[in-house]
Design a protein around this ligand. Sequence first.
Ligand code: 5CA
Length: 463
Amino acid sequence: MRLSRYFLPVLKETPAEAQIASHRLMLRSGMIKQSSAGIYSWLPLGFRVLRRVEAIVHEEQIRAGHIPMLMPTLQSADLWRESGRYDAYGPEMLRVRDRHDRDMLYGPTNEEMITDIFRSHVNSYKDLPLTLYHIQWKFRDEIRPRFGVMRGREFYMKDGYNFDIDRDGALHAYNRHMVSYLRTYERMGLQAIPMRADSGPIGGEDTHEFLVLADTGESEVFYDAAITELRLGDRQVNFDDRSECAAIVEEWTAPYARTDETHDAEAFARIPEARRRKSRGIEVGQIFYFGTKYSEPMGATVTNDKGEKVPVHMGSHGIGVSRLVGALIEANHDENGIIWPEGVTPFHCGIVNLRQGDGETDAACEKLYKTLVQKGLEPLYDDRTERAGAKFATMDLIGLPWRLTVGPRGLAAGKVELTCRRTGQSEDLTPADAVAKVAEIYAPHHAAAHWEPMANRSFHTWL
Ligand code: 5CA
């Protein structure tokens, strides 16, 4: 992409309404524009990040064996009357009436709809286990939408639902989700800690929230510092292996980590004092096991191997895809702007032309641009006739992790400058070496995206 042809409406002024860094930076860098309270348009730069986050979520869901689909945003009230949640959900639910006076609602979540799909088509234990998910816009009429996309009214969420024959099967689904969520956040360069939480209106006995530590987080959290040392890294997980998933869950749930809703002061006091942490966190996901809470009232049953009809055991699992964009910025910024982790950056690197209009410099930038594209990378080339300082400020604000700076002085020595946004460190390299280095930096991210089996590739080639 060439900046001269792009739509990047950066703001010079810091918007007064934004109270936290991510909200300020998303507005300033032209990623979003508020349309009404808690409802945002995703401008091209923001849309790119949203898509990158979404792609990682899809890839990791598919890797864990979960099946993508898409359900509508508008739902019929009748389904929610069956589960009893139409009245229970309260004013957070946006209710609408169509021209035939039918009660509809803009879905805040999809337990009822997926249970209806399941009961219409599945009758036998032989079709289990099954986990279906989608990534779709949700609406919750939050009393206090704030912090930009962090607590929106309309927000983009991945929600998945497992159907299992018994409690053990559903608990494996719970564990599998926890492991796949850990992978998902790690790939984005985020640490999200699973913490025992309260199940709220979704219901159920077992639930964990995933929290990104940040001073601006809305939840108060208590944890053992040991949990922040844990990494999945490049472990190859077999998601069908119950004991393997359970062992990873055990590893992450053994250290104390709870939100204020379930905090147990006595248990917390047993952690060695040096490791006791009280902090704040942003909830970027939550997993639930709720057994037969929906399947029983809605009649989602299958015949078991003895020929008996039994309600299926279910859980639901959510990731706040649009919230994650804000959380990523809360965890990765400095006074000059955003610092994207490589896994989610909107462009892989920036190219800054220090003397636009100079034949040789322009040609060198064009060549760099083309070579990067040939390597499968997406550069953003600042080809505007602006001062170098202004170009650097824009690059720092929008936070591309790597910047290639091209000017006549460097070119005379056969070099361009490669700068790391996070450390500020630069090195002079030949254009060929610079391209090779950027390609090498992104190689693990591309490898993670193009995983086996090939059979699933067709789905995410569009991503
Ligand atoms: N049905 C379950 C699992 S799919 C469910 O709805 N879970 S949830 O309520 O915890 O939502 C899942 C995730 O969506 C949350 O962890 C959070 O990251 C995100 N989320 C929830 N409300 C909002 C909101 N108002 N704005 C932005 N993201 C939100």
